[in-house]
Design a binder for this molecule. Structure first.
Ligand code: E4P
Length: 230
């Protein structure tokens, strides 16, 4: 698993898929809007099917756009039919702390056989309960946690231990990357997956000293060729 891409941009997904370094993609309504997906559910459907096809058999997370329990179930059933590798993102609770979301998660996983990614979580305790409800993935927004003044690595470590100790199937997705160093730091803390924005993935690959070294190799290869000719 390890690296997912947190984007809805086709060119970025294709670029990193071709390198063989992606194991999935995550989206949410904000990401899709930023990726130029406007036009409601039809536009979400078109982009999601396109992404799911590019990355199959790796998973794509698509988030519901309502917090009404029946609406979430209906959308989850619909989204999961778009492609075999689509899982559905449901937030841990509603905008005012409404509690019916975990019941929806439990029903989707156990009654409707739909894989769920429980999202917008900020603590190990939220992720632990979502895992008990049956979630396949639990998404903790570590950058937002750090921005509140807490160290997300402590939550990630606690969460991984809980999942392992209680033998829960959920995989930990850590999102909300803010710096390139977050990726390895969060994997080291116990994340199964870090979902990374495209700019940071590129930043992980390119190093100024590697650039200089490659330039040196190419220049010396050219010099050696010229010496052969003379
Ligand atoms: C993860 O699944 C989320 O889509 C994402 O990482 C949220 O990141 P943000 O805090 O930058 O919005």
């Amino acid at each position: 698993m390890a690296i997912f891409l947190d984007t809805g941009k086709i060119e970025e997904i294709e670029k990193f898929m071709k390198m063989g370094i992606l194991r999935g993609v995550t989206t949410n309504p904000t990401i899709l809007l930023k990726s130029g997906v406007t036009g409601g559910k039809e536009a979400i459907k078109k982009r999601s099917i396109e992404i799911a096809n590019i990355i199959k058999p790796y998973p794509l997370s698509v988030e519901v756009t309502t917090n009404d329990p029946k609406g979430m179930i209906d959308q989850a059933k619909e989204f999961s039919k778009w492609a075999d590798n689509i899982n559905v993102k449901i937030t841990i609770h509603g905008p005012n702390g409404e509690l019916h979301n975990l019941e929806v998660v439990h029903l989707l996983e156990n009654k409707h056989n739909i894989r769920v990614n429980v999202t917008a979580m900020m603590s190990a305790q939220q992720c632990f309960l979502a895992s008990l409800a049956g979630a396949t993935y639990v998404s903790l927004f570590a950058g937002r946690v750090n921005n509140m003044g807490y160290n997300a690595c402590i939550e990630i470590k606690k969460l991984r231990k809980l999942l392992d100790d209680f033998n829960l199937k959920a995989k930990i997705i850590i999102g909300s990357t803010r710096e390139i160093l977050n990726v390895i730091e969060w994997l080291e803390a116990g994340a199964h997956i870090v979902t990374v924005v495209p700019e940071f993935l590129e930043g992980m690959i390119v190093h100024p000293y590697s650039k200089e070294t490659v330039k040196q190799f190419l220049n010396d290869a050219k010099k050696a060729e010229e010496m052969l000719k003379s």
